[in-house]
Design a protein around this ligand. Sequence first.
Ligand SMILES: N[C@@H](CCC(=O)N[C@@H](CS)C(=O)NCC(=O)O)C(=O)O
Length: 372
Amino acid sequence: MTIAILYGAPFSLFTGRARSYLIKAHVPYRETMPITEHYIKNVAPAAGDRQSMPTLELPDGEIIRDGVAIIDHFETKTGHGFSPGTPKQRVINRLLDVIGAEGLLRPAMHYRWNFPEQNLEFLRFHFQTAMPRGPGREERAAKAMNRMRGAGQAFGAEPDTFDTIEMLYIELLKVLDSHFSEHPYLLGGKPSIADFGMLAPLYAHLGRDPKPLSLMQEHAIHVFRWVERMNRPEHDVGEFETQDGEYLASDEIPSSLVNVLKHLAIDFVPETQAAAACINSWISQQDNLESGTECARGVGMANFQLRGVTINALAQPFRFYLLKRVQDEFESLDKQQQDEVTSLLDACQMTDILKMKLSREIGRQNNLEVWL
Ligand SMILES: N[C@@H](CCC(=O)N[C@@H](CS)C(=O)NCC(=O)O)C(=O)O
């Protein structure tokens, strides 16, 4: 084997983020569904015994499970090619990664699962392709679809929250569209970790399933183009006058991005606060949470208010595994840089996220996220 193998699927949210990274970093790879005999016998056991997408098999046989770990691997190896080096951009880079990959699951799942008339046949086809061939394929796909429908509800997409989710999403498209009408990527002329994180919900679900794709094409042409661009190896910036392929100079965070962040804060800040309280209370009730214990996807339900509506959403430790990277970037800055970043976060109504921490840290062992 001479190139990496990406085990994933076209309709998988987290595969979309890792795939885009591999494309932009020009890492040679081929993609296949995680259903081959080789995958089941050799890859999954080395991936913490988890059959999860995305998982990458490197040419030397090393297995990396989880999109974050895949990106970390190449960022470390190649000298952080997709991570800007200036203070504000460093913090915003990490912040948009966690918001994209963990904070927009609610609209992603809502627009996937709650529009069966437009989406169901499309999803049925895709879920079947991800099941082992042979008898029972359709039934197994139907079960997997039900599980994911349930996940959408667990992320807070319930009939009495649909209107709020939709209102916020259409507003998000509007502010993002305005940003991408001026800049090809979130931080300027070159993709960053922020773009890969935000692409996770905005590609496989919101930029590909029939219902949300039509919304994006109708309301946000520039966002649609960014999604396309993120899946192409070149910068793909033909419509822009500036084509320098660089992050914005002088550590600039343009006002169009501040507007995006301010809008994202409406949902991300109260949910993160509620999730931190829920997970910390769970941690305090564990008599014996040994170091190395695998971290579950969710450990309880967090409740919070969103534009006058109560949302009940799964409290997910992984959000804090990524949020810690934002906090670490901030803490590594000197006092003056911290002051500048704090003013920026104030303007985005995001400052509180610097204080939202779990009482136990999360790390990785044997391809699994574990409590340290
Ligand atoms: N944090 C992971 C999440 C991956 C994930 O949850 N993938 C889903 C499908 S999109 C899955 O395979 N879930 C099954 C499992 O995790 O065991 C990443 O960023 O890659």
